[in-house]
Ligand binder design. Structure first.
Ligand SMILES: *[C@@H]1O[C@H](CO)[C@@H](O)[C@H](O)[C@H]1NC(C)=O
Length: 386
């Protein structure tokens, strides 16, 4: 073997942007890097559970200890952190948990590609799933709580908001009568979004009465031409963390083929967490209901999880999808990432997910309570009986 002298240059093609969220189970993750040693020697490196392997033209190379030591520097320290080395749960305990507490138990299928962890995750995935739906598209999008993205001409080529990207795709497909409703979006914001430039005529903005979102079933009125079947219902983080309430209310009026929504990923499945704010302020950290709570609202409408980044979940109507639904959300969540760890550290999230459900329920309860100013929260946290 050779000694890797000199500078190691890491190829730009590497997905370095993955690291802004934390994996729920880093022991399942592989870190991949390409290293060019000379003009014609390109190595592919992989770290999985702390072990580094190198490949050249798909052939694994035998590495000396010093070479391993040197190549380790190409990877972030996360790749060798203790939690990346060991599985947090044994296979039997995991299967038992999945089957007992997964929302759909033994009926659920494992969908290996469910978790989406890279940058531009949700927008790319939303368009990809949309293009595989069975029925033909309608050209109608309803989005609630704002849009995100680069503004004022910046980020022309960077995919941004899933609603915007889907509308651009439908524009590309020359969908007639394309229309989008943005509830609770600011005019200035929509007007300044770089990627939404060609969509200004398409957007209709309506105010969202913030106080009405404190209700268990907010009264949200929709213009007539947005009632009925739509392509996408998209919910961002909403005031008072009212996403499940808004979802429940809107599903009385629209029948979406796809739902993309922000979920509070620090409360793992199978826990159904919903903040309520009739008489208290919901702490800013509690931006939405949990994945399991959202699934509970959607399942009666025949809408099921298909992709999860962690903070965002994408759901599809069963009749639109070519694979068997429901899929196993426990498996999917385990492979996804959490975001927003200031208030609830990732170690807590992992413990709540992998440990005994009965033991951790009171811990989640008191952690969430402690985020409220008064220490007295107003939320529901529970488990759906199978
Ligand atoms: C919060 O959760 C962690 C992890 O389960 C636990 O160790 C801690 O005691 C909890 N804190 C409170 C205030 O219950």
């Amino acid at each position: 073997m050779w000694w890797f002298g000199g500078l190691l240059s890491v190829c730009a093609a590497n997905a370095l942007s993955e690291d802004y969220m934390a994996r729920i189970d880093p022991s399942l993750r592989s870190w991949l890097r390409s290293v060019r040693l000379s003009e014609d020697v390109l190595l592919q490196l992989e770290v999985h559970q702390g072990k580094l392997r190198a490949f050249q033209d798909h052939e694994q190379l035998a590495l000396e200890e010093e070479e391993v030591a040197q190549l380790r520097s190409v990877f972030p320290s996360d790749a060798f952190a203790p939690e990346a080395l060991l599985s947090p749960i044994g296979p039997e305990a995991w299967d038992a948990k999945r089957q007992q507490f997964g929302k759909h138990g033994l009926d659920a299928n494992i969908f290996p590609d469910c978790a989406v962890n890279n940058e531009n995750h949700l927008e790319r995935t939303t368009v990809a799933v949309f293009n595989q739906l069975k029925s033909s598209h309608l050209g109608v999008v309803v989005t609630v709580g704002g849009l995100y993205g680069h503004r004022h001409g910046e980020g022309e080529d960077v995919l941004d908001d899933p609603a915007i990207e889907l509308l651009l795709e439908m524009q590309r497909l020359r969908t007639p009568a394309l229309r989008a409703l943005c509830l609770g979006c600011e005019e200035e914001q929509v007007a300044s979004l770089t990627r939404a430039r060609s969509l200004q005529e398409v957007f209709r903005l309506e105010a969202l009465e913030e106080t009405s979102l404190r209700s268990a079933l907010p009264d949200i009125s929709l213009p007539k031409d947005f009632i009925g079947p739509i392509d996408l219902l998209r919910l961002d983080a909403l005031p008072h963390g009212s996403s499940c309430q808004v979802l429940r209310s809107l599903l009385l009026k629209v029948q979406p083929r796809l739902v993309a929504m922000f979920v509070f990923s620090q409360v793992p499945p199978p826990f159904e967490f919903i903040p309520h704010s009739q008489s208290v302020e919901t702490p800013p950290a509690l931006m939405a209901c949990s994945l399991s709570a959202a699934m509970q609202v959607l399942a009666p409408h025949n809408i099921f999880l298909i992709h999860l980044t962690g903070p965002y979940a994408l759901f599809v109507h069963r009749e639109e999808w070519h694979q068997a639904l429901p899929i196993d959300e426990m498996d999917c969540y385990r492979k996804s990432s959490a975001w927003g760890m200031q208030d609830i550290p990732i170690d807590f999230v992992r413990e709540w997910f992998f440990e005994d459900v009965d033991k951790v329920l009171p811990r989640i309860w008191s952690n969430i309570s402690s985020l409220y100013v008064s220490g007295q929260g107003m939320f529901t946290l529970g488990l759906q009986a199978m």
